[in-house]
Design a protein around this ligand. Sequence first.
Ligand SMILES: C[S@@+](CC[C@H](N)C(=O)[O-])C[C@H]1O[C@@H](n2cnc3c(N)ncnc32)[C@H](O)[C@@H]1O
Length: 279
Amino acid sequence: MQPIVRCLDLFCCAGGAGEGYRRAGFRVTGVDIRPQPHNPHRFIQADALAFLRERGHEFDFIHASPPCQAHCDLKHMWNAKEHVDLIGPTRDLLMKTGKPWIIENVPGAPLNTPIILCGTMFNLGTGDAELWRHRHFEFGGGLPPILTPPCQHRRKPRVIGVYGGHGRDRRRKANTQDFSTDARREAMGIDWMTGAELSQAIPPAYTELLGRHALAYTANAQGQRTAIAGTLDPVVVPNSEPDRPPKKSWKKVITGVDNKASYDTVSPDERVTHNNRRH
Ligand SMILES: C[S@@+](CC[C@H](N)C(=O)[O-])C[C@H]1O[C@@H](n2cnc3c(N)ncnc32)[C@H](O)[C@@H]1O
């Protein structure tokens, strides 16, 4: 039987990143400050930094997608608001957990020697349009970065961009809506999100790739004999750090598709009912 390997998906929104880690084989718990009724994974409504400080060590691997508004193109608009940059505080807390981690953000964000992923590396798109969606990923906690291929731009005549609640052909000058929400869902490989959620999401294909890498690293670090498709043969390393017993202190919010919330006190190891219609 495969051991359970726990991924904490911080700033999870509707779970684009988390879904890739789930497909890679992690058991995913998402944390967001807002209710996320469409998130298909275990979900806890909380401040990500507070949760990371108190409970981060209970997970085997941590992904964080701090809000990107402080770094994306919108910051140049005349009516742009001031946005707090949470990348530095998130990194500081991640380093204290001693666990492997990845921080994701947009081009221009202050990440250290990030790798870049693009939809064209995964052949993502819809019809005759290819998905240009560059996202940067910083690796830490001992997790080595992966090598990535170059973008494969301009293999198709049109380019789809998914941002700001709409989808545009990025080669057109005018701000026209060329792609329906369904087309944007197809391009992202996501079928459960609204247009606004899509515009914030990472395509699961990105984090499935990263997740397979992180899972192999985590399994080896824990001395588990785990065969993972697409990775090297398993290596067994003695486990020097036994799991700590889970605390049972955090309030968990379980939000059903009917949008009603109930409250419980559980640890991440407990199986709970949650939004998921896929597990
Ligand atoms: C860019 S979105 C993440 C998208 C997600 N990774 C995906 O792939 O679908 C950032 C999220 O951070 C959340 N957020 C902002 N500040 C937060 C905080 N202090 N604690 C937890 N979540 C926060 C927002 O509500 C938003 O859902």
